[in-house]
Design a binder for this molecule. Structure first.
Ligand code: RUB
Length: 317
């Protein structure tokens, strides 16, 4: 019913599964705090902490931040020297601070790609945790460019069926004072081939080791149209979202959501009774359509496998 009333791992898991809490950054942080909640409620019982981690990881399969932050928290519990609850509380704070720092840094690198006068299209919502963070991923790039004094305009692309471009991205752009125009996801081709878009910056739910991108369904269509129209297409991500255990995009599990979410809007049926529908929540954009991967360590360009690999070495040292 209400995020503030969440008091158990089961309720938190349901809030993530039902997309009451959504966006890869937000669900990653909820995963971290969920593990802390389990530690707090079980007084540091490592087995209960592990079970809570498994439940949280099962809620949404594509966005890798959730898996990584939960694994990091559980590993911290297992190796804790002192009080497990206190150790996990500190770790959760460290994870949120690290994420906010990554967003701020990647925003600065990404903003260097944006020129004065650019119109930038973004897809769905890759933003500031509902206004709490600096700007999330794509919106960090956009916000940093705006704060550098560049005169930019944003096309925010609303995405069926959750309409995040309108409901959340437009809200955050308004809050940051950035001029914007709302379109729906089927209008991007028109906007690109009539010269309305200079650059595209989207978020990322997972980047595989070769640079293929899993992001909100519709991203692939935008990337194809961008290639055809000679428009640079970037994804804003962080080293934490690059999954070196996944060699390429075809190994990424794409979450298939309930078809009712397509045949109904907020519980109101919009398709005839019995209509079958499909809802892949994400799609895969192959690396050949990507101009650059914006990270907190800089902008990575092709050859992606090689250049992302270097990032992995840096992350591990
Ligand atoms: C999140 C979503 C997009 C973002 C991911 O999905 O809107 O895929 O582009 O970007 P959902 P970020 O709404 O299904 O959780 O990593 O910045 O959130």
């Amino acid at each position: 019913e209400d995020i503030q009333s969440i008091a158990s791992i089961e309720e938190l898991g349901e809030a993530i599964r039902s997309m009451m809490i959504r966006g890869s950054g937000a669900i990653g942080l909820c995963g971290a705090y969920g593990v802390y909640l389990a530690a707090y409620q079980s007084k540091g019982d490592v087995e209960k902490i592990r079970q809570a981690g498994d439940l949280l990881k099962s809620t949404r399969p594509t966005a890798v931040n959730l898996m990584k932050t939960v694994d990091e928290m559980v590993a911290t519990a297992v190796s804790a020297q002192g009080d497990v609850v206190e150790t996990l509380e500190q770790k959760a704070v460290e994870i949120i601070e690290r994420q906010l720092e990554f967003e701020y840094q990647l925003g600065k690198y990404g903003a260097e790609l944006i020129e004065d006068g650019d119109t930038i299209m973004t897809h769905c919502h890759s933003g500031a945790l509902g206004g709490a963070g600096y700007g999330g991923r794509a919106l960090s790039v956009i916000r940093a460019a705006h704060e550098q004094g560049k005169n930019i305009h944003v096309f925010t692309c609303e995405t069926r069926p959750y309409l995040q471009g309108a409901r959340i991205t437009a809200y955050e752009l308004k809050k940051f004072g950035i001029p914007h125009t709302l379109i729906t996801d089927n209008m991007s081709g028109f906007c690109m081939n009539t010269g309305k878009i200079d650059k595209i910056v989207v978020g990322s739910d997972r980047v595989s080791a070769n640079g293929d991108l899993a992001n909100k369904v519709g991203t692939y269509m935008h990337a194809l149209a961008a290639k055809e129209n000679g428009i640079p297409f970037y994804t804003a991500t962080s080293s934490h979202t690059i999954d070196f255990d996944t060699p390429s995009g075809d190994a990424i599990e794409v979450e298939m959501r309930n078809a009712d979410e397509v045949t109904q809007i907020k519980g109101v049926r919009i398709a005839p009774e019995g209509t079958s529908a499909l809802y892949p929540s994400f799609d895969i954009t192959p690396n050949k359509l990507i101009s650059g991967i914006i990270t907190e360590k800089g902008v990575i360009t092709a050859p992606f496998e090689q250049n992302l690999g270097r990032l992995n070495e840096k992350v591990n040292v």
